[in-house]
Design a protein around this ligand. Structure first.
Ligand code: CP
Length: 311
């Protein structure tokens, strides 16, 4: 099978194992391209891609933009601060006007869960979800899985702990669904006030005690705690969060040998993870960022339907 089952990448909840495997295998080829002196292939020549970022982003936005450039696509970057969204133009009108300029693919980040799904009804372009509210962030989870698979040679059977704001984290949701599809043994950990009501339906171990959760784990993926949740009263203080859920060097002894530390960024150093752990030899945080480009190149290439040699 060399084609994805969908012409969009909206989330991993319903993405089959065969699609995830195809994306990860294709990303291996592109990871070799970005190590070359000339990091560019003609694969998407003639394809026009718009990057629609309605929310701030550093890693995802730059990673998509570089992936598109390395594939020789023509690209347009849209941000709300410099657009007619400031004059009240709706999402539908904005994207239909952009599509009228003959674009083929759209990468979208939006604070509303479901915004990428909405776009599939307003546009003919292939839509890629770059993070929709607290719903999903599929390319982040794919690059996380790619990074794990590279280190361990497999995902099946790996014990992966996702720590943080389970209720609001799109990275946790996409990782959970993607990793479960790939046969990993996933566990969640966070304060009870930051667990969603439906957590029991997730089909995984759930902890509110980090020290217990860390026992026997291969990979810990630590999420940024959104400090605005404290203002909403969902945890008492930053210091208490750090004491109970912060990943510190002392806590690492509970993990399996050859453990891995991950974080999607941006990091609150000294809050959800200590600098010592974030910068330690078992941390692959910057490798995740590097691998993001190859994974996004693979997603763009596969969704484009181009049949050319990859590289
Ligand atoms: N990991 C991630 O989505 O980071 P950005 O918000 O900087 O894109």
């Amino acid at each position: 099978m060399s084609q994805l089952s969908s012409r969009h990448l909206l989330g991993l909840e319903d993405t089959p194992e065969s699609d995830i495997t195809l994306i990860l295998n294709t990303a291996e080829t592109f990871s070799e391209v970005i190590e070359r002196t000339i990091k560019k292939v003609p694969t998407l020549r003639g394809i026009t891609i718009v990057n629609l970022f309605y929310e701030p982003s550093t890693r995802t936005r730059i990673s998509f933009e570089l992936a598109e450039k390395r594939l020789s696509a023509d690209i347009v970057n849209f941000s709300t601060s410099t657009s007619s969204v400031k004059k009240g133009e709706s999402l539908r009108d904005t994207v239909q006007n952009i599509e009228a300029m003959k674009i083929d693919m759209a990468v979208v980040r939006h604070s509303s869960p479901g915004a990428p799904y909405f776009l599939t009804n307003c546009m003919d372009a292939n839509i890629i979800n770059a993070g929709d509210g607290s719903h999903e962030h599929p390319t982040q989870a794919l690059l996380d899985m790619f990074t794990m698979r590279r280190k361990y040679g497999r995902l099946k059977g790996l014990r992966v702990l996702l720590v943080g704001d389970v209720k609001h984290s799109r990275v946790i949701r996409s990782n959970l669904w993607g990793l479960q599809t790939m046969g990993a043994d996933v566990a969640l950990c966070g304060p009870s006030t930051l667990l969603p009501r439906e957590v029991e339906q997730f089909g995984c171990d759930v902890y509110t005690n980090l020290d217990e959760a860390l026992e026997g784990v291969d990979v810990v993926n630590v999420m940024r705690i959104q400090l605005e949740r404290q203002q909403a009263g969902l945890f008492p203080s930053q210091r208490e969060y750090t004491n109970l859920f912060g990943l510190t060097k002392d806590r690492l002894k509970r993990l399996n040998k050859n453990f891995t530390i991950m974080h999607p960024g941006p990091i609150n150093r000294g809050v959800e993870i200590s600098s010592e752990v974030a910068d330690s030899e078992n941390s692959v945080i910057l490798e995740q960022v590097t691998n993001g480009q190859a994974v996004r190149m693979a997603v763009l290439y596969l969704l484009s339907g181009r049949k050319e040699e990859l590289a």
